[in-house]
Each structure stands twice: as C-alpha cells, then as structure tokens.
Design a protein around this ligand. Structure first.
Ligand code: HEM
Length: 127
C-alpha cells in the first residue's frame, strides 16, 4: 500500500515532467534552459524532482545551491520580470492539470515565495 508521501512523490514526478514540457516549449523560457544553461535534461529533471520532494515532503536528497545556479544563468542572460511571470503562470497552469493533491496550494505558495526572493536577490538597476 502507498503511504501519502509515496503518492505525493509520484505526483511530483508527473507534475515536474508536465511542467518542463511546457517550459521547454515556451519561446521566452526555453532559451534560458537550452541555450544559456544548456541543461542535460536527464540530469536536470531528477534534480528538480528532488528539490520539490525536499520542499513538499522534507526529503533530504536535494543538497545543491539553486540560487547560485540562477545567479550564473542571470549573469549570462538577465532574468526579467517577464521571465518570472511566465515561469509562475506555467507552474500554476500545470498544477491545475497535474495537481499535487493536498500539496498543490503549498507548492504554488512556495514557488511564488522562492521566485520573489530570487528576483530580489538577482535584482539589477535595469529591473
Ligand atoms: C524566471 C524564472 C526562472 C528561470 C528562467 C529559471 C531557469 C533555470 C535554469 C536555466 C536552470 C538550469 C541551471 C543550470 O543547470 O545551469 C534552473 C535550475 C533550477 N531551477 Fe530555475 N528558473 C526560474 C525560477 C525558478 C524557481 C522560482 C524555482 C523554485 C521554486 C526554480 C528551481 C530550480 C531548481 C531547483 C534548479 C536546479 C538547480 C540545480 O541544482 O542544478 N527555478 N532554473
């Protein structure tokens, strides 16, 4: 039998796959991943899944400095307010189609908060 954590863990996998399908098809966001960061999807997706398992289930398998990664991306191509808005709106849309059960609302609250911190952290005079 699945424990509630196992169920959410599977939902996280499905959610992240669906979210990245949207992100990588988005003309504003896709170049950040594919041209600026040149991610290897086979390495990247498990990290994103581990990140959300940490955030939502308290698992400890994500131990990287995600803010530093975004600083490196931002240094090459600035992440503008439009990028954050698009990222959050795709995240929210995906949650509607691929919900995280009882964790959906918390996931969106966390995403908004992290995006807000990131935006402040990487702020430039140009916005
Ligand atoms: C403007 C919005 C965002 C953009 C354009 C963006 C873009 C990226 C890119 C290009 C990478 C790959 C970096 C690399 O491997 O070199 C990345 C990694 C990542 N992003 Fe974002 N991101 C955004 C917002 C967020 C937010 C709000 C979160 C969390 C709530 C998040 C979570 C992560 C995580 C966990 C990684 C993996 C870092 C690692 O351990 O390698 N991102 N992001």
């Amino acid at each position: 039998m699945l424990s509630p954590g196992d169920e959410t863990s599977q939902q996280i996998d499905q959610f992240v796959d669906a979210f990245y399908e949207r992100v990588l098809a988005d003309p504003l966001l896709a170049p950040m991943f594919l041209e600026v960061a040149r991610i290897n999807l086979a390495e990247h997706l498990p990290r994103i899944k581990a990140y959300w398992r940490k955030m939502l289930l308290g698992h400890s398998d994500y131990r990287r400095h995600m803010m530093q990664k975004h600083r490196e991306v931002d240094a090459i191509k600035h992440m503008t307010p439009e990028h954050y808005e698009r990222w959050l709106s795709l995240f929210e849309d995906t949650l509607e189609k691929q919900p995280l059960g009882t964790s959906s609302e918390r996931a969106f609250t966390l995403a908004r908060r992290v995006a807000g911190n990131m935006r402040q952290n990487l702020q430039r005079f140009s916005g």
